[in-house]
Ligand binder design. Structure first.
Ligand code: G6P
Length: 492
């Protein structure tokens, strides 16, 4: 945190993301403020608190939008105002085309290899471009200097970097892509692949979670653009501008001792979870905690539980898999279909194995707040993450942070960015039902000593490479770049 304060002293930092960190809505006569379920918000908020910047996001609540003197700016967090949130209010058509359409029916499946076909509609693309331009105009309006540091988040804003570069040629533009970047063959199916690459190459620094995604991006540029690429330095020069492509694995806020001491005791969490599931105190419980998204491998996970119960019948009546799935992007057909399939599969599996009121899977399709999730992690014997493809996956890291008792085991898909760091987890290919079922069994039956050894190693990594380090690494690179540019400007 100190590093951030030193490096950013006097600099203006502007963050752009689709999702707002605080949503203001009306309830009765009051304005209530809530936080969305998003790893991205968890990741960026500490940076904004540290540097009192401006965060520009899509205004998704109805409160301030509907007041007579509608206001765009608000100070947040509500209990400790430390930075400015500026909302961009989108029309229904804009939200439909830009967010649901191009971003979530196009870019999301394009970048995740989850075998869901992307949908590309010209009208969505036009709205995407228009909304990117609206955000670019807002950044320009917020800029107090000609060279702010702008942090652009995610696949909603692939065109924004170049739009900004045109208006603020001296800005340091850091774009962080929170989802995977596919190989050139997969990426090339997007009809506007060149425009997207051109847009992203307006960035000074382009960040991905893993080196693998950086490499895919460099190869995509190599395949489709007339650009100079230096592989050894991981830089691209396009249109006279230099972009540094680098991996910055995102992480979580690591709780300090005081914070961890305020959590309910492990025994309390174990009882609460078992009570919630309606199972006895000595029951084995594994949890899954995800947005209800087809990239998360929830169907594969259920199939693994199915196989687990058949293969290890001693678990019958003694084990429950609790899947907490937060509703997400529910307006889209693909998501509705997926929820339907997952629910039907859980019912079939429960019917096959269930007896005397016991069922192997409990699917709880509800939002859980951060305290509840933390309590589920602490109460579980194992946490299962089986994403088919995932930029990082912060659930894996949150589970590790929650287990200060050094108990519990993590089953983790090899197709997550997190698997590159968390080698002491039980790493699985979620498409391999047998291996995944065996890993869950191992997680449930692992000795205390092995749990502790693995958890100690996982905790050492996550506590060290925490969210502050993620932000600091990016901002330090940006600061270095600014210093070099200022020096060369003086020399010229
Ligand atoms: C992923 C994306 C984020 C997004 C989050 C929640 O983590 O990388 O950009 O905010 O999912 O999705 P939503 O569509 O609800 O913002």
């Amino acid at each position: 945190r100190n590093l951030l304060n030193t490096e950013l002293r006097g600099e203006q930092v502007i963050v752009v993301s689709n999702r707002e960190p605080y949503i203001h809505t009306h309830k009765d006569d009051k304005v209530v403020v809530s936080r969305p379920a998003s790893g991205l918000v968890t990741a960026i908020e500490p940076v904004m608190r540290a540097c009192s910047g401006t965060w520009i996001a899509h205004g998704s609540g109805d409160a301030d939008r509907e007041t007579v003197d509608r206001h765009d700016h608000v100070q947040v967090p509500p209990d400790d105002p430390s930075y400015t949130l500026r909302r961009i209010w989108l029309s229904e058509d804009e939200e439909q085309g830009y967010y649901y359409g191009f971003a979530n029916e196009g870019m999301w499946p394009l970048c995740h290899l989850a075998h869901t076909r992307p949908v590309f509609r010209l009208s969505d693309w036009e709205f995407y471009r228009k909304v990117n331009q609206r955000f670019a105009d807002a950044v320009v309006a917020e800029a107090r200097t000609e060279d702010p540091v702008v942090l652009i988040q995610d696949y909603h804003f692939a065109l924004l970097p170049a739009m900004l570069r045109e208006k603020l040629p001296n800005a340091t533009i850091i774009t962080f892509w929170h989802i995977p970047w596919p190989n050139p063959e997969s990426f090339g199916v997007c009809p506007w692949h060149q425009e997207i690459l051109r847009g992203m190459l307006g960035s000074s620094i382009l960040g991905f979670h893993t080196r693998f995604h950086c490499r895919n991006f460099l190869e995509s540029v190599d395949r489709f653009m007339e650009a100079r690429i230096r592989l050894e330095e991981s830089t691209i020069t396009f249109d006279g501008e230099l972009t540094q492509v680098k991996n910055y694995p995102i992480s979580i806020h690591w709780p300090d001792a005081e914070e961890a001491a305020s959590w309910p005791a492990i025994d309390t969490c174990r009882s609460a979870l078992r009570k919630r599931l309606g199972v006895p105190e000595d029951h084995l419980v594994a949890v899954g905690v995800d947005r209800f998204d087809y990239t998360k491998g929830i169907i594969e996970r259920f199939n693994a539980v199915d196989r687990l119960i058949s293969k290890y019948p001693e678990l019958r009546g003694r084990f429950t898999f609790a899947q907490f799935a937060a509703p997400t992007r529910s307006a889209l057909d693909e998501y509705q279909l997926f929820v339907h399939q997952a629910v039907a599969l859980a019912e079939r599996i429960n019917k096959r194995h269930g007896r005397d009121g016991w069922q192997p899977i409990q699917l709880i399709a509800e939002n859980q707040n951060a305290e509840e999730v933390n309590s589920h992690y602490r109460g579980a014997d194992a946490c299962v993450v089986t994403s088919l493809h995932d930029g990082m996956n912060l659930v894996a890291k949150e589970f590790v942070a929650a287990r200060d008792d050094l108990r519990g085991a993590l089953v983790l898909s090899e197709f997550t960015g997190a698997a590159r760091e968390l080698e002491a987890a039980l790493i699985v290919n979620p498409y391999d039902v047998e291996v995944t079922a065996d890993a869950i069994y191992k997680a449930l039956t692992m000795s205390r000593e092995e749990q502790a050894a693995r958890m100690r190693s996982l905790r050492a990594i996550v506590s060290e490479d925490n969210i502050y380090r993620w932000a600091a690494n990016m901002l330090l690179d940006a600061a270095r770049m600014r210093r070099t540019e200022r020096i060369s400007a003086r020399i010229v």
